[in-house]
Design a protein. Structure first.
Length: 99
């Protein structure tokens, strides 16, 4: 698995949960497969790392990109203003306020 940069991030708040939507460009399955999202909490920030890999199948992969989208939750967030960051530094940061 390896990290990939998000092209864009958007977020909204539902109670004490931040709902995040990340988009990025990458290859097609089974050559490129989304694996997971890693979220690291900092001082007033959450840094998001998208992770993907490839199938263990031995196949020829076409050189074509498609836009990928994933949505995920950051639960139990303390009240205050939070900045959501892309670990790759590509997507502009998003700010939300948890009430």
């Amino acid at each position: 698995m390896h990290p990939v940069s998000a092209e864009s991030l958007s977020a909204r708040v539902d109670g004490s949960t931040i709902l995040v939507r990340a988009t990025w460009w990458s290859g097609v399955e089974p050559c490129t497969i989304f694996d997971s999202v890693v979220v690291d909490r900092g001082d007033g920030t959450y840094t998001v790392t998208l992770r993907e890999g490839s199938s263990p199948q031995e196949i020829a992969c076409i050189a074509i990109a498609e836009q990928h989208v994933t949505e995920f939750e950051i639960p139990d967030v303390a009240a205050g203003r939070w900045k959501i960051l892309d670990s790759g530094g590509v997507a502009p940061p998003v700010e939300v306020t948890v009430g």
